[in-house]
Design a protein around this ligand. Structure first.
Ligand code: SF4
Ligand code: SF4
Length: 442
């Protein structure tokens, strides 16, 4: 990353397009209550890698006291955007808005190295494009099913690859046969609600079984499910990485795709996407054509666990004799404030025992593209989570975000724990269909 030009004293380092809000920055009273829940402060113990330190760095830049140089930027690149600092803050500092605005400024006003640019471009051009992910499925399936992956890993050949590719390979999920969600899934019995389903990108192509389970459970609970096939990526990865212009375009496309579906609720089952679409009103606030439509769209968005918590269960649950360690995804627990609903869903399954993982507010290290761009810190956080899961003697780990599934699978396997990680809704689906845990391993 090259340095930006030095600032004159008192001239903000930020440009005038939505700089981090001084009003929000000034709400921080430096009490430090957010420090113990911040994963990077936990790892390194450095003030400038804590929420309080990062807010102070924003203040210095806003006051023109520092440049947005590579050192300054590095403290924001290491922020996971996990939002654990927000519920911990007694002053109500909206750190989410601050980091989003800061990252957009960084991407506009500073220059990344050629290598970083290429790496980021590859990730954004791949992970936001279901069509490209789909084309990767067959070669990856062959790589996994032929036994080539086991040989490559066993012989340590991955060490010959660039680090970025090693990191991606380590996070590859075990691909299952692709399941398609139809444009319309009819409600079982009397219709209670007409809902839209956001299919996601990685979820749609690499965890299609989660979308299929979501549609089945919703239908079993009396929802007609509309899954517009033309829907694009919601832009979550781009928003969280400061790629504002591209994110706005995808947000508009997503709104367009659902508008004619005429649904009461838009269901999300990927926490990162859910937290993003709930903020569309803020993201598109300047757009005269979309501002109001974005507000209306966002007001309809709910996580699958929130939607199901609103209904008295209709479909019978069959027993699942499992001990389940539940992992709170950061974008579900902190960004969306959803904690009790997934636990309630799991507890409603006869025979299922819930086990709580210690340090629940602390991120597993997934955090959008964090585990791809900051692999050492992400691995340290993943290992920490795996060590907290081990003593629970669970049969399975459940969570509500594909990124967490990838990160936890990788961390558990690195730590020698042969524990499956599934989406919460897959357990509900298995219970309704009377299937065993083995069906989820296939
Ligand atoms: S978002 Fe997470 S990593 Fe970033 S400052 Fe807040 S708690 Fe720390
Ligand atoms: S808890 Fe809130 S007010 Fe206190 S230091 Fe952290 S961000 Fe600032």
């Amino acid at each position: 990353m090259n340095n930006s030009a030095p600032n004159s004293p008192n001239v903000s380092a930020f440009d005038t397009h939505h700089p981090p809000s001084n009003e929000i920055i000034d709400k921080c009273v430096h009490c430090g209550f957010c420090l113990p829940v911040c994963p990077t402060y936990l790892l390194w113990g450095q003030e400038m890698d804590s929420p309080r330190g990062r807010i102070y760095l924003m203040k210095l830049a806003a006051d023109g006291a520092v440049e947005m140089n590579s050192n300054w930027v590095s403290h924001f690149d290491t922020c996971l955007g996990c939002m654990a600092c927000m519920p911990a803050c007694p002053s109500g500092v909206d750190y989410g808005k601050l980091i989003e605005a800061t990252r957009a400024q960084i991407e506009r006003k500073t220059e990344r190295s050629k290598g970083e640019k290429l790496h980021r471009r590859f990730m954004f051009d791949t992970f936001t494009r279901p069509d490209r992910l789909r084309r990767m499925r067959l070669p990856l399936l062959v790589y996994q099913k032929s036994g080539f992956q086991a040989v490559v890993r066993g012989l340590g050949l991955l060490k010959l690859l660039p680090k970025q590719l090693q990191v991606m390979e380590a996070l590859l999920p075990r691909l299952a046969p692709h399941e398609t969600v139809a444009e319309i899934t009819r409600a079982v019995g009397t219709k209670r609600r007409r809902v839209g389903l956001l299919l996601g990108c990685v979820q749609r192509e690499f965890f299609s079984q989660v979308n299929a389970a979501t549609a089945r459970v919703l239908a079993a609970e009396g929802c007609e499910v509309i899954a517009p096939q033309a829907q694009s990526c919601c832009g979550a990865l781009l928003v969280h990485a400061g790629e504002e212009t591209a994110a706005l375009e995808l947000a508009k496309k997503t709104i367009d795709a659902f508008e004619s579906a005429n649904v009461d609720t838009i269901v999300t089952n990927a926490a990162g996407c859910g937290s993003n679409v709930k903020e569309y009103g803020h993201l598109l606030r300047d757009d005269p054509d979309y501002a109001e439509r974005a507000r209306q769209f966002a007001a309809k968005c709910k996580d699958i666990s929130e939607v199901l918590a609103e209904f008295e269960p209709r479909a019978a649950r069959h027993p699942l004799k499992l001990r389940v360690a539940f992992h709170d995804s950061c974008h579900l627990q902190h960004a969306q404030g959803v904690r009790s609903q997934p636990r309630g869903l799991l507890s409603s399954i006869p025979g299922l025992k819930l086990a709580e993982i210690a340090e629940a507010p602390i991120c597993c290290g997934s955090a959008g593209i964090f585990n791809l761009v900051q692999p050492d810190a992400a691995n340290a956080l993943g290992d920490r989570k795996a060590s907290l899961i081990a003593p629970l003697k669970a049969d399975v780990v459940a969570t509500g975000n594909p990124g967490c599934i990838l990160q936890l699978q990788s961390a558990l396997s690195r730590n020698g724990q042969k524990l499956p990680v599934v989406h919460t809704i897959q357990l509900v689906d298995a219970s309704i269909r009377g299937q065993s845990m083995e069906s989820l391993r296939r």
